[in-house]
Write a protein that binds this ligand. Structure first.
Ligand code: ADP
Ligand code: MG
Length: 393
């Protein structure tokens, strides 16, 4: 039982002002040893969720349990939870060793024990030689590793991280991602990790809960989110997507057809609940579509085929991005891997674009834009690039 839900949120809602919910009816279980990310744009309620788990905020409704026990009345320092924030939050007047020792001294660990544990923690982050420096004498990446050591030194059963790599440059961020993944594996940690960066969430996590407007849109493995998004928000936020809008022409529980603006009828997988006449979005990854004439391949009856005009070809090294126009309104991007021995389509030419029925989905527009959270904006349903970087906070 504790394996299934080491941490559990049940019906958790949070309002700061008594009028608007910033987290609404959150139900989420985290398994022991799991690396779970909360992914969503700025303002979607990720930090608030983490703060309730840490004990710095309390839920307006619902309950949070850790290892079967309710957390509600437990102050933060009794929750057996380590935390890492974006801004390191090291004490500037203490040395690195004293910073790392801090959680141990507030827990009244003996001096000798403290020394041994700090030494081990600094070795773990490969900075034992900097024990006597002050934070200002360390680089940003080093400071963040110290923050990590401080969060882990008292061997908490859960570690919470709120955009811990947000202040680091790209190279260092990637190094630290692997560092955190290594520690997760080696120490069998349970980690709840907040990020607005979908690539980071996909790389690091066992499972990702996608947030929008204080609600979980979908919680699933990275592969499942990418291959099997359940609504338009998730398809647009996780990975790159061709999000063409149309009307449902027919639907069963598993398959639907969508009439696009230019009259094309697209067949694809769907979720139960779509109804004829609904507005819906085609979710099609750019690498799943291809241009048969460029590859000398043929198309079978299990594929959608549309005619489109080549607007622009962009060379991207390992692939070409082909920007196409379908009718007058819809844009389509196709990624062609750079292994073709056949000619690329010419600018301005009209070509067939094809993809398999089971390589695309027909998805309901996100139905969760709640009237009680007016501060948040509606996700753009026609965007073909991920808004993840635009949502940085
Ligand atoms: P995220 O971490 O996803 O960016 P937050 O949980 O920080 O989102 O914020 C969710 C919403 O709650 C935002 O609209 C934010 O302005 C609001 N909010 C966050 N903290 C407070 C607070 N202490 N008091 C009032 N409103 C808050
Ligand atoms: Mg936040």
């Amino acid at each position: 039982m504790p394996d299934a839900s080491f941490i559990s949120f049940t019906g958790v809602s949070k309002s700061y002002d008594g009028v608007h919910y910033v987290v609404e009816d959150l139900n989420l279980d985290v398994r022991k040893g799991e690396f779970l990310s909360l992914l969503g744009p700025s303002g979607s309620g990720k930090t608030t969720t983490l703060m309730m788990l840490a004990g710095f905020e309390s839920p307006t409704q619902g309950e949070i349990r850790l290892d079967g026990k309710r957390l509600d009345d437990k102050p933060p320092h009794l929750r057996d939870i380590g935390m890492v924030f974006q801004n390191y939050a090291l004490f500037p007047h203490l040395t690195i060793a004293e910073n790392v020792a801090f959680p141990l001294s507030v827990r009244h660990v003996s001096r000798a024990d403290q020394k041994a544990r700090v030494k081990r923690a600094l070795e773990m982050i490969e900075l034992p030689h900097l024990a006597n420096r002050r934070p200002s004498q360390l680089s940003g990446g080093q400071q963040q590793r110290v923050a990590l050591a401080r969060a882990l030194v008292f061997e908490p059963s859960v570690v919470l991280m709120d955009e811990p790599l947000g202040a680091l440059d790209k190279r260092l961020r990637e190094t630290m991602q692997y560092e955190i993944m290594r520690l997760h594996r080696e120490l069998s940690l349970t980690i709840v990790y907040v990020t607005h960066d979908q690539a980071e969430a996909l790389t690091m996590s066992d499972r990702v809960a996608v947030f929008s407007d204080g609600r979980i849109q979908q919680a699933a493995t990275p592969g499942e989110l990418y291959e099997n998004a359940q609504n338009a928000f998730v398809a647009n936020f996780v990975g790159e997507n061709n999000g063409l809008i149309g009307r449902v022409a027919s639907a069963s529980d598993e398959w639907a057809t969508l009439a696009l603006a230019d009259g094309n009828i697209i067949r694809g997988r769907c979720e139960p609940g779509l109804t004829e006449g609904d507005e819906a979005m085609l979710a099609l990854r750019p690498e799943r579509a291809h241009i048969p004439s460029a590859e000398g391949s043929h198309v079978d009856e299990h594929s959608n085929v549309v005619r489109a005009r080549v607007e622009e070809l962009v060379y991207c090294g390992d692939h070409h991005r082909v920007h196409l126009k379908l009718g007058t309104r819809d844009n389509l991007v196709v990624k062609l891997p750079n292994t073709q021995r056949h000619a690329l389509p010419a600018d301005g030419s009209t070509v067939d674009v094809a993809w398999r029925h089971d390589d695309c989905k027909i998805l309901a527009m996100s139905a969760s834009i709640s009237v009680s959270t007016p501060l948040s904006s509606t996700p753009s349903s026609t965007s073909i690039t991920t808004p993840a970087t635009a949502g940085a906070n």
